[in-house]
Write a new protein. Structure first.
Length: 678
């Protein structure tokens, strides 16, 4: 049996044993206790006019009764049960109100069997229970409520259930009140449509151990943290745990300052499917590890939306041990995490700064998971590696409309060589930004067994790797791709631009190897500096070396098509002051050459610029645009097609023969004028 299963089984047995012990002890008390109906008991330390119930180890209140503790009264019972009898009890009230008012208990049942029971702790009242506390215990105990509100108001308990087997129960922590669960806590442990709300700045709900929304067959349960409230979990947190029939449980964290924090691992979708986490309008979630979609838990969703909305995860963030899990970052929402995996296999261990992977599986196959980062300010920042499809297929990351993804390394495609569909993991950038960089300068964007489609926006990488033959695809349709190095070997010519959209390949130095050649399409540009290793390169667009200035070198042939533009800048005579193009093989010249002066350089007679080096050369430019020079200077292009040089020379002084001819012409004009006068 896997270690994880052993741990879960041990925890489940421990919980069952504790529940059995609690029931056994409770039954021993209840055998001696009486249930009180239609009565009101008041403990009032100020007026001394209280109506006291009998002193019993287990106090049972049956139907339409009230227990009120007020004005600093202090009351203790080993156990308190509201609505003891099934179908014949309910609608009871327990109030602990005012500073100094305290109810001390071993255990508490706000609705054991009956429905519509209410607990109110307000204005500084305190309820302290050392054992189990239930808000809706058995299946007949439904629609019970607890409201803890006001500064100084406290409910402290052991194992805590908001909805054991009963459904439709509600807990509200508001207006700076505090709830402490000193053991495990559940919202819907075997029941559905239970609701817990922490709201308002200064309102806290802290849980020392594990916290679960929807356990066993509990479904459609909800925890909401709003308006600056905090809910803290000491160990692990789960949505839909312990059973695959626990489905559609939800967490909402909304409003500036609202926080849900998890000390270790947060698993939205532990066993059951279709769970949702929504972080909205400045809400925050903090965790150490995250797994969205464990085991066969599919169809889970995370939405982070709104400026200031953030999920901060210090280590691994895994999306999809199973299938069809979805992440959406929009309207300025952000995730900051360690390594990311979008689609993985189940038995991967979580290690510090482990990978972020989308598409992973535990008895699933880690496929069809997706992440969308869209809208200005929306961002997913990974301090490690971001894997899109580490094991499964058809996982996707989409960045669009101003969204940003940044990681040390980014990989696209499975490492599972047994999958027949090898290109179905996808990374798509349309109007967004992608960064695969690090301080060491070796960050990579790699297409392993999948595709990268770049339509528009910005992609910046230390190194681009597309080397897995036909299994790795790079569709560079448009946008700005900035790379410090490239290795492309997939049987396809690397093409910049689709011929319609604007596309720019900006080389940031380094070596760029294109095993099947390089093509610059219409409306595309090659800029920057670097060494291009390719048997052939063809330009139908623009080549403009450097960022004023720079050198582009081609190991093989370079063809400048008749529709192309070669743009060169000159800012001085030193080697690094002007643009250069070096071609190891044949340079086929055509199109337009455009030369401009930069950096205040105006030119001097005798200045020479070695614009081109080549093995052999053929063709000529259809047009050459050279900048204007100061008076007395002109360009000399006589060695452009032989040595690749242009130079500046002085305008020659007219010779003696030229002066004599000019004089004779002037004399002839004068004689003609005189004859006309006579």
């Amino acid at each position: 049996m896997p270690l994880e299963a052993v741990i879960r089984r041990t925890k489940l047995l421990a919980l069952a044993a504790a529940l059995c012990l609690a029931v056994t002890l409770a039954n021993s008390y209840r055998a001696q206790a009486q249930s009180y109906d239609h009565q009101t008991f008041i403990y009032d330390a100020v007026t001394k006019s209280q109506i006291d119930p009998p002193v019993e180890a287990c106090l049972q209140i049956g139907i339409d009764s009230a227990l009120i503790i007020t004005n600093a009264a202090s009351v203790s019972h080993s156990e308190l049960i509201l609505a003891f009898n099934a179908n014949t009890s309910g609608s009871n009230r327990l109030f602990v109100t005012g500073p100094g008012s305290v109810l001390n208990l071993g255990g508490l049942y706000v609705g054991e069997n009956g429905a519509n029971n209410n607990l109110l702790i307000n204005a500084g009242g305190k309820l302290v229970a050392s054992g189990f506390c239930h808000l809706g215990y058995f299946s007949g105990s439904t629609n019970n409520s607890a409201l803890i509100t006001g500064a100084g108001s406290v409910w402290s308990n052991g194992v805590f259930f908001v909805g054991g087997q009963g459904s439709g129960n509600k807990l509200t922590v508001a207006d700076q009140a505090h709830v402490f669960a000193n053991d495990k806590a559940y919202v819907g442990a075997g029941s559905s449509q239970n609701n817990a709300l922490a709201t308002g700045t200064g309102s806290f709900w802290t849980n020392s151990q594990n916290f679960t929304v929807g356990a066993y067959d509990g479904s459609a349960n909800l925890l909401t943290v709003s308006n600056g409230a905090w809910v803290a979990v000491g160990e692990n947190a789960f949505l839909s745990s312990e059973s695959s029939i626990s489905t559609s449980n939800n967490l909402i964290v909304t409003g500036a300052g609202s926080l849900f924090s998890v000390g270790n691992t947060f698993v939205p979708g532990d066993k059951g499917p279709s769970n949702t986490v929504s972080i909205l309008d400045g809400g925050k979630v903090i965790s150490r590890f995250t797994v969205i979609g464990m085991s066969n838990s599919s169809g889970n969703a995370l939405v982070v939306s709104g400026t200031g909305s953030l999920w901060s995860n210090t280590q691994s963030f895994i999306v999809g041990y199973a299938n069809n899990n979805r992440i959406t970052l929009t309207n300025g929402g952000q995730i900051i995490s360690g390594n990311v995996i979008l689609g993985d296999e189940q038995h991967r261990s979580l290690t510090p700064q482990g990978p972020v992977v989308a598409g992973s599986y535990d008895d699933g196959d880690g496929s069809f998971n997706s992440a969308l980062v869209t809208g200005s300010g929306s961002a997913w920042i990974s301090t490690g590696t971001f894997h899109v499809g580490y094991w499964g297929v058809s996982n996707s990351l989409t960045i669009r409309d101003g969204g940003t993804v940044a990681a040390t390394n980014i990989t696209v495609g499975t490492i599972n060589y047994f999958w027949a569909v090898t290109q179905s993991n996808r990374l798509t950038i349309t109007g967004g930004s992608l960064f695969a960089t690090n301080t060491a300068g070796n960050g990579t964007l790699e297409a392993r067994r999948g595709s990268i489609t770049f339509n528009s926006g910005t992609v910046a990488v230390n190194r681009l790797i597309v080397t897995n033959g036909a299994s790795s695809l790079m569709n560079f349709n448009g946008g700005l791709l900035r790379s410090g190095g490239s290795t492309v070997s997939n049987g396809i010519t690397f093409t910049v631009g689709d011929g319609v959209q604007s596309a720019t390949l900006d080389l940031l130095g380094g070596t760029h190897s294109f095993a099947n050649g390089l093509k610059l399409n219409t409306n595309s540009s090659l800029i920057g500096s670097g060494d291009i290793i390719a048997s052939s390169a063809t330009n139908f667009g623009i080549i403009a070396p450097g960022h004023s200035p720079g050198t582009l070198s081609f190991s093989g042939s370079l063809t400048l098509n008749d529709s192309s533009l070669l743009s060169m800048e000159i800012g001085g005579t030193a080697t690094n002051d002007y643009d250069r193009v070096w071609v190891g093989g044949l340079l086929r010249i055509g199109g337009l050459l455009d030369v401009t002066l930069t950096n205040g350089y105006t030119g001097n007679a005798g200045d020479t610029f070695d614009l081109f080096n080549f093995g052999t050369l053929t063709g000529t430019f259809s047009q050459t645009n050279l900048p204007a020079l100061a008076g007395g200077l002109q360009w000399n292009t006589s060695q452009l097609y032989t040595l690749g040089d242009i130079s500046i020379m002085s305008v020659p002084e007219p010779g003696a023969g030229v002066l004599l001819a000019l004089g004779m012409a002037a004399l002839a004009r004068r004689r003609k004028t005189n004859r006309q006068r006579h």
